[in-house]
Design a protein around this ligand. Structure first.
Ligand code: PEP
Length: 322
């Protein structure tokens, strides 16, 4: 008999009441209206079954959680940005692998493709790993084909949204003003925001990296934002997906400059994550840099072993700081 895997659900599958067949493919998940649970007949949004493990779970609507992602006294934030990867079957297996581990002093965030938010959310329910959106529209609703509103992300279990990633700035022409408007929309929908900034190689070689990042901060971070709702990610564009990592001195200088910018705006408690080819082999050195509050991880988050290696480094850094 499949066992309930979702903390938020009292589902217990019994023959004749809810049939969850483990003959379905791994990662099957489908909408279901009503099931009988220990607490009586309840509406559930999704139920899923993992044929390999025999585990099943369901997601029931939860009251909006307005607590900040960072309201748990954590020291290091490690976020997985899956971008437009991987296919659902691999994504489900990866989330189950993530769910098997936890790391002291580390809060993990998963940014899956938007259509997978619910499926990944149920697999991570009850763990320290939260889910978030990779982007949102700046309006709450309307005629915006293909876009997703922040409130819709929240309805799907997202607690945070990534904004201003350099791939969105490059692929979709998003500028700082738009990022700020999206951030305001996300905050209104109850989401925390993680805003990305970072210079190109040309800008760094021209000696203008700090000036570029300062302009991005000025334009992208909404004035008067509550510090507990904001995270920043410094991601040098030339280090993203290239295998090139900024040197610890470059990271230290930029994070110190960002920290100074934050302090002047009463935002000194905002964590600054580093992103750009973070791997298990360089994570300890990066987390050892002052003012690095965690990592935003792309490629290495697609392998559980690599992501876990980075999280282990995060736990070591958290222990050293406490
Ligand atoms: C990213 O996409 O935010 C990122 C840092 O990617 P990667 O780790 O692959 O460089």
């Amino acid at each position: 008999m499949p066992e309930c895997y979702a903390r938020s659900c009292k589902l217990s599958a019994r023959p004749g009441q809810l049939t969850i067949s483990c003959a379905v493919p791994v990662s099957a998940a489908w909408p279901l209206q009503m099931v009988e649970t220990d607490g009586g007949i309840r509406a559930v949004d999704w139920v899923w079954c993992d044929a390999a493990s025999g585990r099943a779970g369901a997601m029931v609507p939860l009251p909006a959680d307005t607590q900040s992602v960072r309201g748990r006294g954590i020291e290091v934030i490690i976020a997985a940005n899956w971008k437009m990867n991987p296919p659902l079957a691999d994504a489900a297996a990866l989330a189950v692998a993530y769910a098997a581990d936890s790391f002291d002093g580390v809060t993990r965030i998963l940014f899956p493709p938007a259509p997978y938010l619910v499926q990944m959310g149920v697999r991570l329910d009850g763990t320290d790993m939260l889910v978030g959106g990779q982007d949102c529209h700046h309006n709450a609703s309307g005629a915006h084909t293909g876009d997703v509103a922040a409130g819709m992300l929240a309805d799907c279990g997202a607690r945070v949204v990534l904004l201003g990633h350099s791939e969105r700035r490059a692929d979709h022409g998003e500028d700082d003003a738009l990022v700020a408007t999206k951030a305001a929309a996300a905050l209104s929908a109850g989401l925390d925001v993680m805003i990305c900034v970072g210079e190109t190689l040309d800008q760094r070689e021209a000696g203008s990296a700090e000036a570029v990042v300062t302009v991005q901060l000025e334009g992208s971070v909404p004035a008067g934002i509550d510090a507990s709702r904001l995270m920043l990610a410094y991601e040098p564009v030339w280090a993203i997906g290239t295998g090139k990592v900024a040197g610890v001195e470059e990271i230290a200088a930029m994070h110190a400059a960002i920290q100074q910018w934050l302090a002047k705006r009463d935002l000194a408690s905002v964590p600054i994550l580093y992103g750009g080819s973070v791997k298990p082999g360089n994570a300890d050195a990066i987390f050892g840099v002052p003012d690095v509050g965690g990592a935003l991880v792309g490629g290495a988050s697609l392998k559980a072993e690599d992501f876990n290696g980075i999280c282990s480094a995060g736990a070591r850094a958290a222990a050293a700081r406490s």
